[in-house]
Design a protein around this ligand. Structure first.
Ligand code: DON
Length: 353
């Protein structure tokens, strides 16, 4: 008599169950290993990547210290330090970590963050804008083009205006807020390099003119020269590569310092800050930088540069010799090397399966 399908399944059922059991037992160790691997990825060897970047660019001698601020010309051009801080709070360094440089324009990022905290994200957008100028960081033509609008908080006119927007009843109160903000991001108290502050304060007539123009066009509401002076002091804050990497890692970590655990700014304001860094963080060379690295970054004429890999880590380099746009040469090369070695380019995409 012909066997029905049900009869045949009933006869084969015990054999099927036994086969499935054998398969599950054979694969269990492999599945367990895979699970533990994905919950604690080994990840790239960060220390090795930093050491390689240091070794590769240590002897490079291109570029020149900034000298339009006389004290910066005196800084040792051999200083070269690299740091990486992960969003889970691990710190890696290579090279000169004890040495410090003045933060200069990198400060603009954190004053912008402070103003966004106080006045909301649109305050910057409405006052000076979020567009690249395509001009040098201290361009007066860029102010004249749109009467101080259609620019950004990373170039000097926008940055001095941003400093003027920090609230406070006295210069001291405003200053303490700014320095306190930087210290929170860096995870330690910071101090001003008085020699650099004095040197720039004596030679910053161009920035004073910029502040007066931004006042004339109504972007700075009051005390333009005080704003310029506080801006000059904020640029003279001393930092090492690890400080800058921790500041960058705080931005990478939704505004929460991953080492101290302090929430330094609202997570929802971070993308706007990173967007302006991507657009204008390296001034008229921002396009070239983004093309090469795919990372938001900010440079300073003291020789510092920091880059943010959102959700992953902050990277920073200090090395005083600069290129013509005012960006650290070894800083750019080392950060670009790390972006490539660690696969950080935000625009690198693979199709979704
Ligand atoms: O205002 C200035 O000229 C300096 N205190 C800062 C300029 C700066 O860092 C430009 N960055 N690359």
């Amino acid at each position: 008599m012909k066997e029905t399908l049900n009869q045949r399944l009933g006869r084969l059922w015990p054999a099927l169950v036994a086969t499935a059991l054998v398969l599950v037992m054979a694969c269990a160790p492999a599945l367990a290993a895979k699970k533990s691997k994905s919950s604690a990825p080994a990840g790239p060897n960060y220390q090795e990547a930093l050491n390689s970047a240091y070794a590769k660019f240590k002897d490079l001698q291109e570029g020149k210290n900034a000298d339009y601020i006389p004290a910066l010309a005196e800084v040792d051009p051999k200083i070269f330090g690299i740091a990486l801080v992960t969003t889970d709070g691990r710190v890696f360094t290579s090279g000169d970590i004890g040495s410090m440089v003045s933060i200069q324009s990198i400060s603009k990022v954190f004053t912008m963050a402070k103003v966004m905290e106080e006045q909301g994200p649109d305050a910057i957008l409405k006052n000076m804008g979020v567009d690249a100028t395509g001009q040098a960081f201290n361009s007066i033509v860029a102010i004249e083009q749109y009467k101080g609008s259609e620019m950004n908080a990373m170039v000097n006119p926008g940055a001095i205006t941003t400093t003027s927007m920090v609230s406070g009843g006295s210069r001291e109160e405003i200053w303490n807020k700014i320095l306190g903000t930087y210290a929170d991001f860096a995870g330690r108290p910071l101090t001003v390099n008085q020699e650099v502050f004095k040197s720039e304060a004596e030679t910053n007539q161009r920035n004073q003119a910029i502040a007066m123009l931004m006042y004339a066009y109504g972007h700075i509401k009051e005390n333009p020269l005080q704003a310029c002076d506080i801006y000059t002091e904020q640029c003279a804050v001393n930092v090492n590569a690890k400080d800058l990497a921790e500041m960058a890692a705080t931005l990478a970590n939704g505004g929460k310092n991953p080492v101290t655990g302090k929430q330094c700014m609202k997570a929802e304001n971070v993308p706007e800050v990173l967007a302006v860094m991507a657009t204008a963080g390296l001034y008229d060379d921002s396009g070239k930088w983004l093309y090469a690295t795919g990372l938001p970054a900010k440079s300073g004429v003291g020789g510092g540069i920091l880059a943010v890999s959102p959700g992953k880590f902050g990277i920073a380099v200090i090395s005083p010799p600069l290129d013509a746009a005012g960006n650290s040469i070894r800083g750019q090369l080392a950060a670009r090397f790390l972006s490539r070695r660690l696969g950080l380019d935000l625009f690198a995409s693979v199709p979704q399966r």
